[in-house]
Design a protein around this ligand. Structure first.
Ligand SMILES: [Zn+2]
Length: 126
């Protein structure tokens, strides 16, 4: 089994809907994101997927969230989805997953971790 990991960052704001129905005060984070992919075997050039594909693909996904407030993003607004770090990790994973090229080594995303602060993260395993 082979595994690769890439990291990237973006800045955005969010406010969580709390248990009592009120909103947390809107605030920003410099979110850090890691994506882990695995495959049993390497492709014909000897990689899980090319970093030169994965890094720009992740950047393309994160660009959509750069400097926004998640509460106004189509996937989250009007209480559609609470913009928790967990839901943000799943949203990033779902958007990246559809871009993974079909190859002969069945490389797949195994987890996406999002840190809202250096000591607080959430991981989604698709
Ligand atoms: Zn926060």
């Amino acid at each position: 089994m082979f595994e690769i990991e890439v990291h990237d960052e973006f800045s955005a704001a969010h406010a969580l809907r709390l248990y009592d129905g009120t909103w947390e005060t809107r605030h920003g984070h410099n979110w850090k994101v890691s994506v882990v992919m695995r495959s049993e075997k390497l492709d014909r050039i000897g990689v899980v997927v090319d970093f030169e594909w994965l890094k720009p693909a992740l950047r393309g996904v994160l660009k959509e969230f750069e400097t926004i407030s998640f509460n106004e993003h189509i996937d989250f607004k009007n209480d559609r989805l609470n913009p928790s770090t967990e839901n943000i990790a799943k949203t990033i994973c779902d958007r990246l997953k559809v871009k993974v090229p079909a190859g002969n080594n069945n490389a797949c995303i195994v987890k996406v971790t999002v840190w809202e602060t250096p000591d607080a993260s959430a991981t989604y395993f698709p």
